[in-house]
Design a protein around this ligand. Structure first.
Ligand SMILES: Cc1cc2nc3c(=O)[nH]c(=O)nc-3n(C[C@H](O)[C@H](O)[C@H](O)COP(=O)(O)O)c2cc1C
Length: 186
């Protein structure tokens, strides 16, 4: 199986508690995952088994070598209100945001699982940011059911349950490359 590089960006919301599962699911589909947490995501990573994958926090020093191969795909799971709006706005003042902004410019497949409660999702910037990202061909994936055509806010008090019920295949199946060998040939 050809291995491809997947950057898994994760933000400070309950679904960050499932990154360990995401790493394993990605590996089963032939990805080499790299975890790229925001500072706010770090408490959710504590105690998770990340199967030894690299966790990249902060920018490298200018004198250090590059830490990762180029990404073949990027997923941001979960995408908080803060990060999703900053990303759509083109802010790249943290390492995870730089990765996300660069992914839009490079044309690789990108998926985001927005995770915001009703009050934050009611802010006008949220809908505008989602529209920008959809225009940029980002797959927007509902954390409740994997839908890509609609997105429901997370009801207060249900964040952990929504995280538990989340299935990584909702995201990974969207990022799969076309079959390398469809059985044809001459
Ligand atoms: C327990 C807890 C739950 C949170 N849940 C959410 C959430 O579901 N969605 C969200 O956008 N922010 C949530 N936040 C707030 C974010 O962590 C906060 O806005 C943070 O600044 C986001 O930073 P980031 O986008 O760099 O990860 C939560 C914070 C805590 C402490």
């Amino acid at each position: 199986m050809t291995h491809r590089t997947l950057y898994l960006v994760t933000c400070g919301a309950p679904l960050a508690s499932r990154i360990g599962d995401g790493v394993r699911a990605a590996r089963e589909q032939g990805w080499d995952p790299y975890v790229i947490p925001t500072d706010a995501a770090l408490p959710w990573l504590e105690g998770q088994d990340l199967d030894g994958v690299p966790v990249l926090t902060g920018n490298r020093k200018p004198s250090d070598p590059k830490r990762t191969p180029k990404a073949d795909a990027v997923a941001v799971v979960p995408a908080t209100f803060n990060t999703l709006n900053a990303w759509a706005n083109g802010s790249a003042n943290t390492y995870p945001l730089t990765v996300l902004c660069a992914a839009l410019g490079s044309g690789i497949p990108v998926a985001a699982v927005p995770f915001a409660k009703h009050d934050l999702a009611g802010h006008p910037a949220w809908l505008a940011s989602l529209a920008v990202l959809r225009y940029a061909r980002v797959w927007i994936v509902d954390p409740h059911d994997g839908a890509t055509a609609s997105l429901d806010p997370v009801s207060s008090g249900t964040g952990n349950r929504t995280a538990d019920n989340f299935r990584w295949n909702w995201v990974l199946d969207l990022l799969k490359p076309p079959e390398e060998d469809a059985g044809g040939g001459s």
